[in-house]
Each structure stands twice: as C-alpha cells, then as structure tokens.
Design a protein around this ligand. Sequence first.
Ligand code: ADP
Ligand code: MG
Length: 1003
Amino acid sequence: MTEQGNERRTGTGSGREGDGAAPRVRLRDRDAELRSVEAAVDRLCREFAAGGTEIGGLLAFSGRPGIGKTSLLHEVRRIAKLREGATVLFARGGERQFKEPYHVLRQLLQPVLSDLRPDEFRQVMGTWEEVVGPAMGLKQPKAGARRLDPQGVRDGLDYVLTQLAPRRAPMVMIVDDLHWADAESLSWLAKFAVRSGELPVLLVFAFREDENDWPAETQDFRRDVVGLKGRKHELNRLNLSSVTDMIRAELGDKAEDAFCYEFWNVVNGNPFEVVALLDQVRDQELEPVEENSRQLRELAVDATGMTLKSWLDRLGASTLRFAWACAMLGTDIRVDLATRISTQSTEGARDSIKQLRKQRVLTQAPNGNLEFVHPLIASSIYNTMPDATRLGMHGIAAVEIENAGLGLLAASRHLVETHSGEGDDRIVKKLRRAAVEHQLIGAPEAAQRCLHRALNEPPADEIKAEVLYELGCSALLTDPVATVNQLKLALHPDEVPLRPELRVDATFRLSEVLAHSGELREAALVCQDEAEKTDDPARRQRLQAASFMWHAFRKSEEDGPGRSARLGEMCRGLTGREAADRAVLAMRAWDLTLRGRSSAEALALADEVLDGGRLPKGLGWTDTTWGFELPSMLGLTYIYNDRVAQAERLAADAIIQFEVAGWSGAHRGFAYFLMGLARFRRGLLAEAEDFLRRAYRISERIGQKLPLAWDAVGVLVDTLIARGRVDEAWELANDFGFHPPYHATAMVLPDAASLYGKLLIAKNRHAGAAAALTEAGAQLEVRGWRNTVWAPWAGHLAIAIASDEPERARDYAQKAVHDARAFGTASAIGTALRLQAQVEDGQQAVELLEQAVMHLGQSPAGYEHAVALVDLGAALRRVGRLEDAQEYLYQGIELAQHCSAEGLVDQARRELANYGLRPNRLGLRDFRDTLDALSGPELEVARRAVQGLPPQRIAEELGLNIGLVNRRLAAVYRKAGSGPDGLASALGLPPQQREATRPDAEE
Ligand SMILES: Nc1ncnc2c1ncn2[C@@H]1O[C@H](COP(=O)(O)OP(=O)(O)O)[C@@H](O)[C@H]1O
Ligand SMILES: [Mg+2]
C-alpha cells in the first residue's frame, strides 16, 4: 500500500492540498504574534545556517473558538515555506477524529517519511521500522506480529525524529486544534515538545485552552500542553477599530460609528463571529445605521446556538442530511463517501454541496474534498443530529468505509458509535478484528474501545469469555489492573467456560500480570489451582511449571526445599524436549543455581535448554507462551555460573528483539538490567552503570518501585560501591528506600539484604550490617538457598563482625568458602577466599589471597579479580614482601582501570605511596608487552609502517581502505607511545627489513 494511498484511504489528508483553499485574509491585531512567528522562523533558519543543531523551540497559540488560531497558522505556514530549504509539516486534530489512533502524527509525518529515498528511509527508521512503520500507516505490520507497545512506538518516534530532523532541517512542525489530537499522537507530541530544543525543529501548536474543549480521554495531556515552556500567545479579541474597518470594508464607509460599536459588542471582538454577522447583515440587507443596531443581537448567529430547526429552515432536509454525513466524517471529507452515507444520488449530493457552499457551511479543496468552513459549524451540525439518526448513520458509515476499501481501522471509529443491544454476531466479529488491528499499530486503548463495544453488543454466550480474555490481553502492556480484572472475569465460573487452550493461556497471562506487579504468591496459586483442574498433561505441565516459577521469584516461600525437590522430580520425569520440557529444565537450572548446589549440573541443564547457543523455538524473548521470565532465568543462570558471555548474547538478543517488537516497558527494562548485571559481573563497571540506570528509568516510568526497580537499584548501588562512589551509592539507596523490609513480596536480584549489608559495611556501619546480614542468612538457610555470589551474606557478615567476634567471623568466612566450593565456580570460590582473607592476618591472609587470585584469574569476574590483586599486594606488603606487593598492586591498578573501578585504583595507589613504593610503573615496558597489546591487524599495519611504508601503500598492500589503516595506525602509535619515527625502536622491531620479513613468514 502506498503511503499517499493510505492517507487518502483513511481520509486524513496532510492538509497540504487544502492549503490553497483558504483565501488569504488580512490579519488584524496580530502584529505581536506575527513578529513572534517571523522571529522564531528567522532564528531557526539563521542558526541552522550557522551550523546550529540544538536550536528548536515551541511557539504556542491558544484562544477561544473563532478567535483566529487557524488563520494565524496559515500565516506561519506561508512564512516558513518562503524559507529556502525549510521543511514545513502540518496536521490538525479533528473533533470527530480524536479516537483515531495516530491521526495527527500520520498527517504530520507520512508525507515527509514517504518522500525519503529508500536508503535515507532505512537510516531514519533504524531498528524501528517494524514499530513506527505500522503505527504511521507506512507499512503493514509484520506477519505473525501480535501487538505493539505504545511506549515502543513513542520511543521509535523519538529515534525517527532525531534522525529525520537534521536531514530535513530546518523543520517547522505545525499542529492545529491540538485539543482534538488523538491520545496516541498527543502523548508523544507533549513529550517531544519538551525536547524540541535539542533538534532543529520549531513546533507550532494552536489549541483551545478551556478544559471543556478537551475530550475526557486527553485531559491529562492538556495539563502537559498548557504547562509547556516556550513562546506562548493567548489570542485576544479584535479591537473596535479593527472590527469597524472590517465592517466598512464589507458594507462601505456609510456604516455608522454607533452601529459598528454595537456590532463589536455583540460579537465580542471574535473574528469568526464578525464574519458570520457580516454575512447576515448582508443577506438581510440591513442598513448599517444607528437605528438598526438593536437588531444586530437577534441577527447574530451564534453557530453553537443553532438548533435542528434553524438548520432545517436554512438547508432543507436532504441537504442537512448530507451535511450530517459530512460532519460524521470530520475533516478532509470525501464526496463519494458523504454521498453514500447520506444515501443520496450523485445529483442530489451535487445540489447539496452547492447549497452548503452557498450557505458558507462547506468549502471545497482543490483535491475535491470538502471541509467545513469552521469546526464550530461542523460541531453544531453534528450535535443537531437526533440520537437514532446519529447511531444509524455511524452504522452506515462503518459499512461504506469498509466497502470503499479503507479498512477496519478506519471503519471501527464508527462501529463503536453504533447501536448496541442487537447481539449481531457479525458486528462482534468485526469489532474483535478491529481490536487486533489496533493492537498491531500500538493502540491498545482503541482496541479496548472496540472490545468494550463488542461486549455491549452483546456477543453470544459461548464467546463472551473469549472477548473478555481478549480485552484482558489488550491491556497487558499498559494497564495491569485492568488486565487482572478482565482476565478474572474471563475465567469466572459464571461465564460459559473458555476453550481449554485459551483457559490455560488466560490463567498464565493473569499470573504473569500479577507477578509483574509483585503479587507472586497469588500468581503461583492461580496457576496451581488451575493445574489441578486441567486434565490435559501438556497444559497441566505448563501451569505447574509456571507456579514453580512464580514461587521461585517470591521473596520467601513456605516450603522452598520441598518445591525444589518436586521440581527435581518433575525434571527427571521429562521424556521429551518440547518447549515446555525445556522450560522446566531452565527452571531447574536456576533453582540449582540459587541453591548453590552444583554449578556443573546447572550449566548442563541450561545448555540443554538452548539450541546451538540460542533460545529454542517457543522460548524466545518475545514468545508469549512462556513470557520473558524463562529466558531471563536462563540468562541469570549463565551470569551466576561464570558464563557471562553467553548471558550477554542472550541479553543483547533481548534488547534488540524487544526494540523491534516495540516492547518498551518492563521487557526492555529487564533486558537492560540483565545486560547491566552481566557487565557488572564481568567488571565493566561504567557500562554496567549505564545499562542499570536505563533499566531503572524505564521501571520508574511504568510504576513506582516495581520489582525491576529494586533489581536495578540494588545492582547499581553495588556498582557505585565498586567504582568507589560510596556516598553516591548511599544517597541513591536512601532516595529509593533500598533498605529492610525491601520489596514486600518479590525477591530482589541479587539478594537485597546482602547488597544492603555490603553498603552498610562500605559506610563503616558494621553493627547495622551485622544485623541485616544475620537476618538474611537465617532466612536463606531455611529456604535452602546457598549461592554465595547471588547472596554473599556470610562472607560479608564475617567482615562486619571481625573486630568484635573474630571466632564467629572465621566460622562464617569458612562457611562461605565451603558453600562456594560446593557450588564450584571459579568466581564464587575466589571471592569467598578473598573475603575469608579479610578476617585473617599475616601469612594466612597471603595464602588465601594467592588462591583467590588464582581462582579469579580463571573467571570472567574482572572486578573481583582486581580487588583480590590489590588485597594480595597489601597483604604481601604487611608481611614485608615489598617487591611482590608492588607487582600485584600494579596489576591490580591496571585491571581496576580497565574496570573503571576508580576507588580501587586510588586505594592501590595509596597503598604503594604510603610505603614508599612508586605509585606507577616506570613505563619501561617490555617490547614483548607492547607487541602483545597490539591486535593482529594492528600488528600487520605496524610492521609495514616500521618498514617505512606510507599509509596509502599499506592500504593497497592489505586491500583495506585508507581510513581503516589510519585508525589502526593511530591505535598502534597510542599503544606503542610513539609516532612513526620512533615506532621501530618502541616496538623493538628492526626497521627496513622489508625483504627479509614477509608477513606470512612471521614466527
Ligand atoms: N486577525 C484576524 N483579522 C481578521 N479576520 C480574522 C482574524 N483572525 C481570524 N479571522 C477570521 O475569523 C474566522 C475564524 O478564524 P479561525 O482562524 O478559523 O479561528 P480559530 O481557528 O481560532 O477557530 C475566519 O473566517 C478568519 O478569516
Ligand atoms: Mg481553528
């Protein structure tokens, strides 16, 4: 489908064609506003020409109906279009169209997006094509797609605009009648307006400020829009002299002052009313003299005051019916549609149009489509429709729009307005299909309107529960409370039961939403209950597995070891390797990990879940059968079993897939968290911090203090401590409220109490830490969870009580080492040993740390390794082995730098400096070290550079482009600490040995 085609199909023209339709009016009393427009456009273009990028802004005009907003925006468009190179986009809200998702944004963006060259289009869309494309009506949703998250669409639009604006700058985006913009467009526009300053975009809005003019659905956005910062103008009524001028321009100079004065009073300076009253005066041939001024008030047509009778008198029945059809369609009205909806003949319609134009109700745009002269007239006509007529005509409109091939999306706005109570199966079917289509473009609210209407129809008893189920699912990504209620209704015993497969699905969905809002116990019980009622073994297994899963994510449970044993049994009983079987294996792998039993066993199970290192069919990140918890558990399992790279691959897939699916809420947030946690475990602290902050931001956007926020904040606190920013960590924890009793129901990843204890130790609050960690330990032991990496309470408790109770401290430290060995990963053992060393002295500490370094050196836990190196250096210094101490401290510093662990670097430097050692290596690096630091490709160019080859020759010889060669050379010079001249000696390579050393004859 072509974009332009779609535009016409949905009857939402860009308004560009309509441009020429409006005759230019001389604007009176708008000098300040017009100066403001000129200045803003001027500034935008000037600063853009001077190379500026963050030069946008907002210009807003508000005022009563008829005060002249639209006329002013016409001027804005004209002024902006005179600028060379400027892109001017225009859209407007429509009173009848505010329930059409993306109605405004499609008008605004379709023309410019569909004008892009294919390569530009791809760049502008980035990974968001499958999200923004369908929402903007630029392409069909991908086959197999289920639903788009509206937040994803907004994120995608942010990306697209950030890409588009510089390519089409300077850009002026104009939106008229913003108060009638659809909620989907408004929610994005209101946010975008806040950051328009960061782009070369001038936004120009016009709207009515009065809350009565805003639909109930978008009242919240009204507050946002009214509160926006920018240049704002409230348009004032016209002055007496301006109105007098207008009257005399129309009626001649004979118009008397007293008449003009009364005229001005009657219309209250409102230009729309001036024009309308002048029409009346002319039609009635009223002499503009003082005696006649009393008649003005009667003549004044208050368009909103027109009744059915007055319109009938003025237009006659059949013309009025045509006008009604037009009012139903709103703006950019197609004549053929209006004709059919009004059930008139072509000739009849032609007469009606003629009459309506003569009566200054409608105008016709150059493209043939009709427009109301003013929205006030459209509203007035629509509102005079008798109820029955209105409902009936919406029904006809829905049919005609579909017949015209404009699709269900366009028809559904009318469908939801039709008569209900007839129990028409076809209508129910259509509404359900329309709901699906709305989900596919990221408009769940519109989908819900369709489904609510379907329920009112009502549907046949056999499918009522199904419609309720669909209603519940439609709010899955946006409104957890509504979802829970509707799914509960769908499962309610009073309803004719759902088909069994849907019943299982509805139960699972319900449990999922409950779980995401922290109601894990209820989630588990819902699945458990339903499992008991389910005969089909596969379905029962799914529900049982789900209930295990939710129990496992609970903060505490009644019978942890029992559940674990049952899970083990279930696992052993599996015969196949279907998705459902693999799901159980994944759960078991995570359970074993938490219990700290055998890492090898957990990994073996996890590897069985994967299919060639990738998630198997049916268990993908966006698969809805199992939800994203399952792959998440797998990712966590890999993270805690030292296979961080595998976890990162999964997390990267998750981020991309959620982006492509447009799932921007909890899903994407969790993917960032997972990546952040993996980076943290690897010791890439700066990156970890970045990912975790994103996860936290997303979580806060969805709701306050969701389990995801706890996860993100916990690891963020840990990361900040590792980076040496303890006070910042403390502040964050306090601001968030990261302290006992933690999240009321959900477990925090990693264990919240252990994290909190670590934080208290970092703040030297040992007594508090001891209490928190002791309690944590007691609970975890009961539950049988002994993973020392996930919950390192024992090792840290040892440190917290070391000075008061050295014996007990040693016991705890040993217990931690014992548990770590039982689990068996290098990082677990290494860290436990390092913590144990902290409660030992002298040679004993040295030996423990040597072992710790050995273990950690075989793990991906870079930061832990760095800490152990520095600790070992310090311990060696204490026993007087200064030379060895120095070596470990240097190594520790290097690794800590690599990890962005600034605090650890300082600590190691202090250790060196305090004991008279050099705080840094002297930099006399072995040639071998420098050569090792070069990557293979870098070495390749280095050797040629040493032989005196210029970059261009190197590029030719290696068949590379010159840019790449230069980049590699830059890396070589940096690592070697020398430019081209000294490179040979810096690398210890003999220069000019070209003939002797062919690259392929290297050692
Ligand atoms: N400043 C003005 N001077 C003269 N006529 C005006 C002025 N502003 C608007 N009009 C006329 O008033 C009528 C209504 O204006 P419009 O821009 O549609 O108002 P709004 O968009 O605020 O409802 C139009 O016929 C227009 O030509
Ligand atoms: Mg207007």
